[in-house]
Design a protein. Structure first.
Length: 275
């Protein structure tokens, strides 16, 4: 059982050069607020496996794309599962935590997902477009992403990448959840400026859309971000379900929304530690 004041190992790469975001600033702010409820130590993701035994739980936050340290991350996962270490978010996520195969699976099940295929024989399923996006199934933070023409696709769609049409969407919007509870939404009014975000007031239909993916993922605890685009027909399409280390854009929130999110996260962590 955790102590009366739980000890958390908070995994973050404070120096990661994220485009349009400041990982270090966000994690310094969030940990300064969580210290009211927990004893915290911050560490780089490469050090997590060696340090985690001395803590009640490991909290994985802005740790950067694991593609840059895949072997170390795989070793961390294996050791945490073997030793019964509590990791938040839990390591059972079915979305980005496990790669991007879920976009294909959800599309095949009829979920509203941006059209996606991975093999040349399935390219006919995509709507015609002047340009297409090709990205690795295990990619993150736009690593390895390429924009190509239709003629390039047959040689690239070999099962290791995802192929999507470049959708002429109105804007991107993100919905942020703690456990299964909606917290806030942000959107980028200019499609060309993904991380210039503003508060967004979701409609009931928007929230129903986002909740479908949170329910599908079946994580009882944790922070998740549902990224979607507003398609030309007005519908929302899933772009990404981030369940490993979603950036939270806390600097965009007012004090009340930020305090509510921190309080919800602290409650979730306490439930996770005792559940």
């Amino acid at each position: 059982m955790p102590s009366a004041r739980p000890r958390l190992l908070y995994v973050t790469d404070l120096a990661y050069p994220a485009r349009g975001r400041r990982y270090g600033d966000e994690d310094v702010r969030l940990t300064s607020l969580l210290r009211a409820d927990f004893d915290l130590a911050l560490c780089h993701p490469l050090d997590a496996a060696a340090l985690m035994a001395g803590f009640d739980a490991v909290v994985v936050r802005n740790s950067g794309p694991v593609l840059g340290y895949q072997d170390a991350y795989d070793a961390f996962r294996e050791r945490a599962l073997h030793d019964g270490v509590r990791v938040y978010n839990p390591l059972t996520g079915r979305a980005d935590m496990a790669g991007k195969q879920y976009l294909l699976d959800l599309g095949a099940q009829g979920y509203p997902v941006i059209p996606t295929v991975d093999r040349a024989e399935d390219l006919h399923r995509l709507p015609a477009a002047g340009r297409y996006v090709v990205k690795p199934k295990l990619g993150a933070d736009s690593l390895g992403l390429r924009t190509v023409t239709e003629d390039d696709l047959p040689a690239l769609a070999d099962g290791t990448v995802l192929v999507q049409p470049c959708v002429d969407f109105a804007y991107e919007v993100s919905f942020y959840f703690v456990d299964h509870d909606f917290q806030y939404a942000l959107y980028a009014p200019d499609p060309g400026r993904r991380w210039e975000l503003q508060p967004y007031e979701p409609t009931p239909a928007d929230l129903e859309f986002a909740h479908r993916f949170i329910e599908w993922n079946t994580l009882a605890y944790g922070i998740q971000r549902v990224d979607a685009c507003r398609a030309p027909g007005g519908e929302l399409l899933l772009v990404e379900l981030e369940d490993l280390n979603p950036y939270l854009s806390l600097d965009v929130l007012d004090d009340g929304a930020r305090d509510a999110f921190v309080a919800a996260t602290a409650r979730s962590l306490r439930r996770f530690l005792t559940g």
